[in-house]
Write a protein that binds this ligand. Structure first.
Ligand SMILES: Cc1ncc(COP(=O)(O)O)c(C=O)c1O
Length: 404
């Protein structure tokens, strides 16, 4: 039976690798399990969104309608208003914006829509990373090009080290700011240098900004590739596309709702692709999403909850670990005193906590090894009390390690 041979190139997902890695590490004590390995928001979704979805009259109408792939005018206008208020960016609801069913499917589908299919074409991406970028590149017949984010450069990518020949072969560059897992922000000036390169070397920048609303001070409020683009006079966002989501901003990972915005020609091509792909967002999701993008109060309270949690857990961890406050997102990217995988296995066996080994989120690079190694990603998504409990257990675990 013939199947797509490119599927063989895909690695299993980090959560599957973690399940296998912990299969032989039994926990035999009394402590409840706390999962810090998965970045699934656990704060409650906004009540008004639940109310909208529980309105039976409206639902009866929504479910009897085939949705339009380009989304409703109301949703695209709500997104345009949000981009204006949040980033002072002027995007056209008609030409620059497209709703998507969460950023994961969009980040994947985007590569299928824009890449040429030449087997020598490169897709740049951070390393460590969100694994969808790699899968998207491989299934589109391109080669991933990993750009390391290491502790030596405070987890910033060294774009200047990438050669002109590599930029020439690149068709698409994924960036992620705030970064998952590092929490690092790419500055506007760095984004502008990338945009200049994109023009010079003819590639597209896909900026994954799905953590942009989770930050810890107004001074480090994340910017957007679109804002950087507009500020340098690239007002039509040529070669720039951003990906935003309600999953983290509004605690709605189950709604599957986000948007893509940027270069009108690229958006038009992506829309054309999506009409065939058949991934229009349901009208009930579109309606609920319109309301969610129009409200900031719930986003502020959500951010305050993360700030409270990071303050609390950082105080507990700081005497035991080299804890660095992320600039955005809800992860600590913690250097480990021992190999990251054995750290995770022992932590599970002794403290009944799961964290993600950094090496599962990265790939080996020549001369460098895996830049995710000797780190773990800790997702502070659980309620405050569980996070504080977990932080105390991590502190006890570090004490134990230092005695051995
Ligand atoms: C960096 C990054 N991008 C995209 C996503 C996908 O989010 P969603 O599809 O819920 O918008 C995630 C989810 O964890 C993520 O961490």
């Amino acid at each position: 039976m013939a199947t797509n041979p490119k599927l063989e190139l895909l690695q299993s997902y980090p959560f599957e690798k973690l399940r296998a890695a912990l299969a032989n590490s039994a926990y035999e004590g009394e402590l409840a399990h706390i999962a810090l390995s998965i970045g699934e928001p656990k704060h409650p979704p906004p009540n008004f969104v639940i109310d909208i979805l529980c309105d039976t009259g409206a639902m009866t109408q929504h479910l009897a309608t085939y949705p339009a792939t380009r989304g409703s005018d109301a949703l695209r206008h709500a997104v345009a208003a949000w981009l204006r208020n949040r980033f002072t960016v002027t995007a056209s609801a008609e030409r620059h914006i497209l709703p998507v069913n969460g950023t994961r499917e969009a980040l994947f589908a985007f590569a299928q829509a824009v890449l040429s299919g030449h087997n020598k074409s490169l897709v740049g991406m951070p390393n460590p990373f969100y694994q969808i970028y790699e899968g998207a590149a491989l299934l589109a017949g391109a080669q991933p090009y990993y750009i390391a984010n290491t502790a030596d450069s405070d987890y910033a990518a060294d774009f200047d080290a990438v050669t002109d020949a590599t930029w020439d072969a690149m068709e698409l560059l994924y960036i992620c700011s705030p970064g998952n897992p590092t929490g690092h922000l790419i500055s506007d000036s760095q984004m502008q240098r990338l945009i200049e390169r994109a023009h010079r070397h003819d590639f597209i920048i896909a900026a994954d900004e799905c953590y942009s609303e989770i930050y810890f001070s107004e001074q480090t409020r994340p910017s957007s590739l679109l804002a950087a683009s507009e500020a340098m006079g690239n007002r039509e966002f040529a070669r720039c596309v951003v990906f935003h989501s309600l999953s983290k901003r509004s605690n709605l990972p189950g709604l599957r709702s986000g948007f893509v915005a940027g270069d009108a020609d690229i958006i038009e091509k992506f829309l054309h692709y999506r009409t065939y792909h058949g991934c229009a967002m349901g009208t009930h999701q579109q309606h609920a999403s319109t309301m969610a993008w129009q409200d900031e109060a719930h986003v502020q309270s959500n951010r305050a909850l993360y700030q409270e949690k990071f303050d609390a857990v950082t105080k507990i961890l700081a005497p035991h670990y080299d804890v660095r406050q992320p600039e955005g997102g809800f992860y600590h990217w913690l250097p480990t005193p021992t190999n990251d995988l054995s750290f995770c296995q022992s932590l599970y066996a002794q403290q009944h906590i799961t964290v993600m080994p950094g090496s599962f989120l990265g790939r080996d690079q020549a001369m460098l090894g895996n830049p995710g190694a000797n780190h773990v990603r800790v997702a502070w998504v659980a309620p405050l009390a569980a996070c504080m409990d977990a932080a105390h257990r991590l502190a006890d675990f570090a004490d134990q390690l230092s005695k051995n």
